[in-house]
Each structure stands twice: as structure tokens, then as C-alpha cells.
Design a protein around this ligand. Structure first.
Ligand code: TK8
Length: 337
């Protein structure tokens, strides 16, 4: 009889603990929403999932992050504004459409600024990147980490592009950023700024002839269905920035704020590694389905030379001090190679 009672107590205790665990999973203390522009096949989405899983695990189930992809919650600028209003919790935009939010972000739009991804890491993870993230605090945003979109390459449906002359007159969609527009005008194109979510249909309807994005985006957004030519111009390196609403941050206790910061840092390296692996893989896939022009150093130099005037044109708007600081940091990186 005694054994039976002990067994029932243990069984009821186990059921109670399981019930509490299930109820915690069903009812997290904080249920947050994260929106991105890329689709659920992207390295960015996989990295957001990795981040969300880390946060859930390290918060003991107290924070659940629901992920929305493919611009379901809006485009980069709209989602960033939603964070400022406190109606969305996370997003991870390219820095280019945020130039209007943080002027210093424009430095990353200077054509051919970064020679490699590792050089970009060195600058973004330095006091320069920290200072730019800190500028977000004044506008209702918390910059959690610098993630990677990657080097941008040109696609179009008109002709192979291997020299600036080949770019003449091409109607190219760019992100909504004055320096990107100026760079493509300098290369001879006829650029149109447009939100990411509108891009595929604009190419499908012939509103634009081409666009520019990293290889993974080109492949996973099915651009080969509406584009015939891709050139590995690598004309601009795009960072992503993982953003949290200041209003959400303020609602969280310090221990959960720390969980988010730590998870963002871990997910940053996961994102960069995955993004580089997948961009290289998708370049090979694109070579099978599009006419891929792999430019020589000399051909790339011609595009770089054509875009140099843009640096002088925007030096005052960006701040020569910031540009010089980035160039000094890049020299520091180069000296270590
Ligand atoms: C996705 C965008 C995209 C960017 C663009 O949200 O707009 O072309 O490269 O990755 O940020």
C-alpha cells in the first residue's frame, strides 16, 4: 500500500511538472514578432531562426519570437518604422534604405569600399560599427548586431555586362538610397529606386531591365526566371543590421535583455558563415541557369574608376571624418593580412 501511494505521488508530480512545462511553452512571457524581406529559403531567415531558437532556449521559454519572411510585414523602411512605433519587435534590413534614419550608414554605400567580407567584418565589429549602432538609440531602435547581406552583383535581361559601356541606358532597380542611384548613373545606367518587395514583378513586367543583389538573393528570389545575364561586379558590400524596437527592449527585464544581446552576437557569426557558404554555392547554381560574366580584375577596376566621383560627391553628406576613419581601419586590417 505504501509503495502504491509513493508511486501515485511521483506520477502526479511528474504530470504537474510536464503540465507546467507545456503551459510555459504555450504561454511564453513575451511573444515577439520579427519580419524580414528575404524569403524562408534565405541565409537571413535561417539565421533569424537560429537566433529565435537561441533566445527561446536561453530564456527558458520566456521569449518566443515568431518569424515573418518575404516582406509579409512590409519593406525594410516600413518595418523599421514599425519598430519605432512599437508595433513590431525585430527586423533585419539592409543599411542602404536606412540612410535616412542614420546618416552615417551611407558610408557603406560607397562603391568598392570593402575589398573582402573579412575586411567588412573588421570595420563593422570595430568602434566604428559600435558608434553607428549607438546612433540608433536616439531614434527608438536598438542595433543588436551587424549581419551580412553581402557583395552585390548586377543582373539584367538585355545584354552581358563586362564594361561600363555595356551598362549604358540599362534601367536598373536600386535600393532607395541616393548613393546607389549616383553610382549606377556614374556607370552609365538609368537607375530606379524601388522597395525590395516590388522588384520581381517590376522585372517580370519589364518596368526595369535589371537589379543588383548578392548571388543567394538572385537565385532564391527566382530572378533567373526574368533575367538572363549576371555579372560578378561586387560593386557594393551590403550589411544587414539586426534591429529591436526600443519599446520592446524597455519592456524586458535585464536578464532577458542580456539573452537577446548574447544570442544576437552568436547568431551574427552563424549568419556570416552561412551567408558566405551559400552565396558561393548559389554563384555556381546561377552559372548553370544564367549567362554569368566573371569579370577580370581589370574589368572590375573600370567599374571602380567610373564610380570614384561618387565618393567626392557624397563626402560632405557622409562626413569625411567617418570615411577617413573607415579607410584607416581598412589599412589596419590590410597590414594584418
Ligand atoms: C531585403 C532587402 C534586400 C536588399 C534589397 O529586406 O533591397 O535589394 O538587398 O536584401 O534588404
Amino acid at each position: 500500500m505504501k509503495f502504491k501511494r509513493l508511486f501515485m505521488v511521483l506520477l502526479l508530480s511528474a504530470l504537474l511538472i510536464m503540465g507546467l512545462a507545456v503551459s510555459a511553452a504555450a504561454n511564453p512571457e513575451f511573444r515577439l514578432r520579427a519580419g524580414i524581406g528575404l524569403n524562408d529559403q534565405s541565409a537571413q531567415f535561417a539565421s533569424m531562426q537560429y537566433f529565435a531558437d537561441l533566445v527561446y532556449e536561453n530564456s527558458g521559454g520566456r521569449i518566443q519570437i515568431d518569424l515573418y519572411h518575404s516582406s509579409q510585414l512590409g519593406d525594410d523602411r516600413e518595418m523599421t518604422e514599425a519598430l519605432q512605433m512599437g508595433v513590431q519587435d525585430f527586423t533585419c534590413p539592409s543599411t542602404a534604405p536606412l540612410a535616412g534614419f542614420v546618416s552615417g550608414f551611407k558610408v557603406f554605400d560607397l562603391p568598392f569600399l570593402f575589398p573582402t567580407e573579412e575586411a567588412a567584418d573588421y570595420v563593422l565589429d570595430s568602434e566604428i560599427g559600435d558608434a553607428l549602432l549607438a546612433e540608433l538609440e536616439g531614434i527608438g531602435l536598438v542595433g543588436l548586431a551587424w549581419w551580412e547581406n553581402g557583395f552585390r552583383h548586377l543582373t539584367n535581361r538585355v545584354r552581358p555586362v563586362e564594361t561600363p559601356a555595356d551598362m549604358a541606358g540599362l534601367r536598373v532597380r536600386t535600393m532607395e538610397n541616393p548613393i546607389h542611384l549616383a553610382a549606377f548613373r556614374a556607370m552609365g545606367a538609368n537607375p530606379t529606386p524601388m522597395a525590395f518587395g516590388e522588384l520581381f514583378s517590376a522585372m517580370q513586367q519589364g518596368v526595369v531591365d535589371g537589379q543588383e543583389n548578392p548571388f543567394g538573393t538572385i537565385y532564391l528570389q527566382n530572378y533567373p526566371e526574368v533575367q538572363d545575364y549576371v555579372s560578378d561586379t561586387g560593386h557594393i558590400y551590403s550589411p544587414f543590421v539586426l534591429l529591436l524596437s526600443q519599446m520592446t527592449w524597455n519592456r524586458l527585464p535585464a536578464d532577458l535583455q542580456e539573452v537577446l544581446v548574447d544570442a544576437a552576437e552568436q547568431a551574427k557569426w552563424h549568419n556570416r558563415d552561412l551567408n558566405r557558404e551559400w552565396n558561393a554555392m548559389y554563384a555556381e547554381e546561377l552559372d548553370k541557369v544564367m549567362n554569368l560574366s566573371r569579370l577580370t580584375m581589370e574589368q572590375k577596376a573600370a567599374f571602380q574608376e567610373a564610380t570614384m566621383p561618387v565618393w567626392e560627391q557624397y563626402a560632405d553628406e557622409i562626413g569625411q571624418d567617418l570615411i577617413d576613419a573607415v579607410l584607416v581601419k581598412l589599412d589596419e586590417w590590410a597590414a594584418q593580412q
